[in-house]
Design a protein around this ligand. Sequence first.
Ligand code: NAP
Length: 253
Amino acid sequence: MLCKIDYQPAADLLQGRIILITGAGDGIGRAAALACARHGATVILLGRTIAKLESTYDAIEQAGGPQPAIFPLNLEGATHADYLDMAETLHQEFGRLDGVLHNAGLLGRITPFEQYNPELWEQVMQVNVTGPVWMTQALLPLLKASDDASVVFTSSGVGRKGRAYWGAYAVSKFATEGFVEVLADEMDNQHAIRVNTLNPGATRTQMRRTAFPGEDPDALRTPDDIMPTYLWLMGPDSQGVNGEKVDAQPPRQ
Ligand code: NAP
């Protein structure tokens, strides 16, 4: 298991890097945006709820981080053309990307497959897989313009071993793992782009509360607790790591 929970990032680890983070308004994505900015990155905050993105933006400014940017986008309705427009805007604004954290995710419902609603299934696949895949394709020219780019896709324990009732969410994370195997193999030794999956593990967020309503949240690690592995993957210390299944925390006993 590749896990860097004890990693100690240098204060200037991400100095000068430009990193896009999806789902940056809440939960793990918000913590990742703040952590990357704290270590010197200019972060592009992507998400569907502008007020939440603004709150992350304000927190970064208050902490004295590099000025971030907000990119409002709903992954559910976004088309291939929207991703090309997005890439064009980012090209004009920044010229390159040194990192992408595909973090936004939709849980769907924990329910027997027999009762799974087909529309909800499509939504989950759109937000968790199809959107990030086409976004990545559109952003490849910007990533190729970097001399050290890291693309991280967020997985889950149920994306590595299936579990009853996890339906579209589990399938979407398996698809993510498969896509990363394909893309990482294509990138291998070709470009300065590495692509890996990262499983946050049980983390104290709204999504976790929805999935496990009876659980004591205080027994879980917080998004801040798991940031060392995120920072390691985003920074130069993980150069050469490609196509790996990384864990942000050790499995719970
Ligand atoms: P969260 O608190 O529910 O945050 C999810 C984020 O995704 C929110 O910022 C949300 O935006 C955004 N999002 C959802 N649908 C979107 C859409 N259609 N377009 C754009 N953004 C959208 O969840 P989290 O726990 O931080 O999860 C982050 C990632 O970790 C997810 O990929 C999740 O599958 C994965 N994960 C989490 C755990 C855990 O224990 N927490 C474990 C394994 C994997 P809004 O706030 O605006 O809705």
